[in-house]
Design a protein around this ligand. Sequence first.
Ligand code: CA
Length: 496
Amino acid sequence: MKSNISLSKIVLACFCVIASQASYAAEDSLNTTENKRPNILVILTDDMGYADVGFNGSTDIKTPSLDQLAAEGVVLTSAYNAHPFCGPSRAGIMTGRYPHKFGSQFNLPTSNRSGGLGVPTEEVFISKVLQDAGYKTGAIGKWHLGEEAEFHPNNRGFDDFYGFLNGGHDYFPSKYKPQYERQRKQGLNHSIFHYLRPLEHNGKEVDEKEYVTDGLSREAVNFIEKSATNKDQPFFLYMSYNAPHSPMQAKEEDMAEFPEIKDQKRKIYAGMVYAVDRGVNNIVKALKATGQYDNTLIVFFSDNGGKPNLGANNSPLRGRKGSVLEGGYRTPMFFHWPKNVPEGKTFSYPISTLDLYPTFAKLAGAKIPDNKKLDGKDVMHDLIAGSNPRPGEMIYAVRHRKGFSEAAARRDNWKIVNTGKEWQLFDVDKDKSESNDVSSKHPFIVREMIAEMEVWSWTNPQPLWFHHHEEGTMWREMGMPRFHETFNLKGDEKAH
Ligand code: CA
């Protein structure tokens, strides 16, 4: 039979394959220069509130560099983290999975070197996938995913790491260094608070002399400049600022930018955010000076919501860091990539930071390991087209508290949420501040979403660690996670 197939049919068949690929590429609208794979730059802030950057509604904090990038790109108004506090949220970014699915529901222990624990190495990080695809990879700033060698950024796909391994750091070397030295001389090595310890570069202690936010920005510029020397190798840079996370410490000159802010906490907070923005300006300048600006996708967001008691503002969202109300895990976000990501658009469909993993892998043409489980999806096409990446699908948030579990899920315009009393339903497209509970009007939607979320929750394994001993004791003594209570409260009864 084969011999009967004419040459013209073979030519026609080949043409069809080529044609279909060409039309797919055109549909994707990706306009990479000379088919080059883009650099990928993640700029992450820590505990920044929804209204703490100009482009997302701040009226008192100036962020001119971030605002400029946002104006030239797409602002995502319904972007969700996988968790409302640091460690689990970052575990989600790196693994593309809900941290609840691999026992990382809590921050790592505060004991020395996180008790030897870290995000399981079976979970291949996005950095490793991109590194294997030929990217030069760098992480700068806060890590918080494990401190022992096997969990170190250099062993999880980052060629280069400059920063600190735990959950935070003091900002002024002139102040933290003497404290550290004093305690070291007293022989307190293992119990010195990790916020005071020296920063490191690929495992070796360094003598950072600048205000830490400035030091991290300087290293990002260095990384970008070095990357430019190899034009054939794209980079992935995870620029993980610890600002504006506590301790609240700002430079006088940055606070002086805000003479109209009278509240001292807000003024310090504003100064810390402004230092990030100054750094972003230097990063953008370095990208432009090295000819890499047009071929770099920049994604900006915060790992969780802000703490108003420390000067943050989550307006108009309700709730704060740690909560499954919107203020806890919905973040300001933009995508910027000249000629590829549309300019000056707003994208209001819900997306998750879990989507970054598959999105980046696709852009890089990287191979994701066959057995790698992912909870997000490649959203680039929808972002460009302005379409909903997951119509009818849910984005979850679960936070365990003392004796009960908070839970929430977003599906299209709807959000169900239970902070320990009852299930409520909000149309968060219209009601961002979750102020008008419409659960009694839509009992079927409530029931359907609770049922779907309950199935998702029961497959979560037990946590691999707890932040404090007391947290672990509470978990065992109170029979946590007590999902039978979470999913059988008044909202569900209402629906019957
Ligand atoms: Ca955080």
